[in-house]
Design a protein around this ligand. Structure first.
Ligand code: PEP
Length: 255
């Protein structure tokens, strides 16, 4: 498995933080710090901040993503946003299946699969989140849980479409808790995900496939996590809201 075949992706997940004017300010702070990045840099922001983010990132190397999307093109779905709406704005990336959506908003593997399909059909790139709870890890079923989440989400996804999917392995117990997976734990599950890709598609597809780690990644621990052979970048929550910290992670991924 050759890591050199893959370009790392560092994506910020801003969650429910920042107003449009705060978005402009933070992106203006991040921009000069990451302009020489040798990895892909993405910021995923709340829907109402997308326009500000698109304007602030214009002409830069920072790409913009949404934090969710609905699977229908339009209709009676109060409060939801379609992929067509995002695409017309110029949004290329979307996070799907984040554990906060699974935990607080009833997201299931079945709805994750529908959202992935809609995003791919709209030409978007998906950051697909999978990960086990602490209880599941303690039961020794991490790989089974992550395997099922991955296989269901990728149901109906062609080999050609895989280039527009990134998987973020995010152990639920490490998100926003300050408790990070060890680099060995992160690499082990990321590797297991790559093996699932090899199994579902083939080894060339697995070699080219980007698997991020997410869960309290920060400026201090990023270099060690990102040095692992199967860790191809990170999905960053808290630390993505601080420009110097986010830039430090981008720097670590650019080595
Ligand atoms: C996330 O929200 O995807 C995440 C990894 O959050 P944090 O970095 O804050 O743990």
């Amino acid at each position: 498995m050759n890591k050199q075949l893959r370009k790392a992706v560092i994506a910020g997940n801003w969650k429910m933080n920042k107003t449009p004017s705060e978005t402009t300010a933070l992106i203006n702070e991040i921009k000069p710090l990451v302009q020489d990045a040798d990895c892909d840099v993405v910021v995923c922001v709340p829907y109402v901040d997308l326009q500000a983010a698109l304007e602030a990132t214009k002409g830069s190397n920072i790409k913009v993503g949404a934090e969710n999307c609905h699977w229908e093109k339009s209709g009676a779905y109060t409060g939801e946003i379609s992929t067509g709406m995002l695409r017309e704005m110029g949004v290329d990336y979307v996070i799907i299946g984040h554990s906060e959506r699974r935990t607080y908003f009833g997201e299931t593997d079945a709805t994750v699969q529908k959202r992935v399909r809609a995003a791919l059909d709209a030409g978007m790139t998906v950051i697909l989140c999978v990960g086990e709870t602490l209880e599941q890890r303690e039961q020794g079923i991490t790989n089974e849980v992550v395997g099922i989440q991955t296989k269901i989400a990728l149901g109906g996804v062609s080999k050609e479409e895989l280039s527009r999917i990134i998987i973020a392995y995010e152990p639920v117990w490490a998100i926003g808790t300050g408790r990070t997976a060890t680099s060995e734990q992160a690499n082990e599950v990321n590797h297991a995900i790559r093996m699932i890709i090899a199994d579902l598609y083939d080894s060339a597809a697995a070699d080219a496939f980007v698997v991020q780690y997410g869960g309290s990644m920060n400026a201090g621990n990023a270099a060690e996590l990102l040095a692992q052979p199967d860790v191809d970048g990170g999905l960053i929550g808290g630390a993505s809201l601080k420009a110097p910290d986010f830039a430090e992670i981008v720097k670590a991924a650019s080595k």
